[in-house]
Design a protein around this ligand. Structure first.
Ligand SMILES: Nc1ncnc2c1ncn2[C@@H]1O[C@H](COP(=O)(O)OP(=O)(O)OP(=O)(O)O)[C@@H](O)[C@H]1O
Ligand SMILES: [Mg+2]
Length: 349
């Protein structure tokens, strides 16, 4: 669990220090005050990745060289500094040459108000959902993902050259196929485990009245990646990109056997997206212990019944950080500290 959070030059925060509680922590404030940035900082500090930006550059406060995030997680102090000219990570003050040990410290699930995109959006969003979980479940996942992405980028760069550098392209086929096959296997088993957990969560928040949820992995390579890659050579030559492989993976989401993006109601889609996140939390809990939950502005949008059902479905033992513009929707006392976020500063309410 986190006990403290310190930021410097992160988004709108020049400097911030905050001791947090083991259970619920509320951050409230009007729009554009820094609520999402706070949760983003926790995510970046633990996972070295932002839930809303693939690049970390935009997280550096305007006109500053670098940001720093320091988290106290149990007995471990995590430090991450990032800027155009520097990137460093440290555990208890000891600089780390790679992120392997650092990423073993803390795990989390991020609930955001853009989660609806998991249902409606492009496949890329569902791949990122799997990757965020996969990297936390198993260090090998991140290793193969990075190796695959590197091979894919290199190959795609070469495929745009004329004349086609066939030998150089072929040299990347090995790493692409090897990491690609591993990634396919890892994602297939993730989805297999996620499916029942998501269906249970869907029932819990939908109060048992919602349709049955089914998840299925749709591999972008098929069982024989080498064969489909070889068969796509002509298409690659025409389009200049690698056209098959795990970078085309997707996950189908079915409610009572029908595509949720097309047939589910707004409320059902929202419930489904929450169920997908609760399923992540459940998988992490079973494998590594209770993850931290970051909940960005999601309760205000649910009707009171679903809101209470979601609250009840959140693991009671998990440390939770919630942002919201107001607490009017809360029935009863908040059950944890409430901070007000105003223009990049925190005060206790
Ligand atoms: N790199 C940056 N440097 C300085 N300010 C930034 C940077 N990136 C974003 N901001 C600003 O930080 C402020 C807080 O953004 P944030 O997304 O955290 O707000 P929020 O409180 O979550 O608002 P909302 O309720 O609208 O979601 C915004 O005014 C945003 O423009
Ligand atoms: Mg926000």
């Amino acid at each position: 669990m986190l006990t403290s959070l310190r930021l410097r030059d992160f988004r709108c925060f020049e400097a911030l220090a905050c001791e947090v509680a083991p259970g619920l922590n509320f951050f409230i404030g009007p729009n554009a005050q820094g609520k999402t940035s706070l949760l983003e900082a926790i995510c970046v500090g633990l996972r070295l990745a932002s839930p809303r930006s693939t690049l970390l550059g935009p997280l550096v406060r305007h006109d500053q060289p670098a940001f720093a995030v320091r988290l106290q997680h149990g007995r471990t102090q995590l430090d991450f500094r990032y800027g155009a000219a520097e990137k460093s990570i440290a555990l208890d003050g000891v600089q780390q040459g790679n992120a392997n040990d650092y990423l073993q410290v803390g795990r989390l699930v991020y609930f955001g108000n853009t989660d609806l995109e998991l249902v409606r959006g492009r496949g890329e969003i569902r791949r990122r959902y799997l990757d965020f979980l996969g990297a936390q479940m198993e260090p090998l996942y991140r290793t193969h993902l990075r190796a695959y992405e590197r091979a894919l980028r290199s190959r795609n760069r070469l495929l745009k050259q004329y004349p086609l550098p066939r030998r150089e392209i072929a040299a990347w086929d090995g790493p692409l196929l090897e990491s690609g096959a591993m990634l396919t296997a890892l994602r297939a088993s993730l989805v297999q485990e996620l499916a029942p957990a998501a269906a249970r969560a869907q029932m819990a928040i939908g109060l048992g009245r919602d349709a049955t949820l089914d998840l299925a992995y749709l591999p972008g390579a098929g069982p024989d990646f080498a064969a489909v890659l070889a068969a796509s050579a002509e298409q690659e030559r025409r389009t200049g990109v690698t056209s098959v492989g795990p970078h085309r993976d997707d996950v189908s989401l079915l409610l009572d056997g029908r595509a949720a993006a097309e047939f589910a109601s707004e409320g059902q889609q929202r419930t489904l997206a929450l169920a997908l996140k609760l399923a992540q939390a459940e998988m992490l809990r079973v494998a590594h212990g209770q993850p931290i939950l970051l909940l960005d502005d999601i309760f205000g949008e649910l009707d009171p019944e679903r809101r209470n059902a979601l609250f009840a479905a959140l693991p009671a033992a998990a440390q939770k950080f919630l942002t919201t513009t107001h607490l009017d929707w809360l029935e009863g006392p908040p059950g944890g500290p409430v901070w007000t976020v105003h223009e990049g500063r925190l005060s206790t309410a």
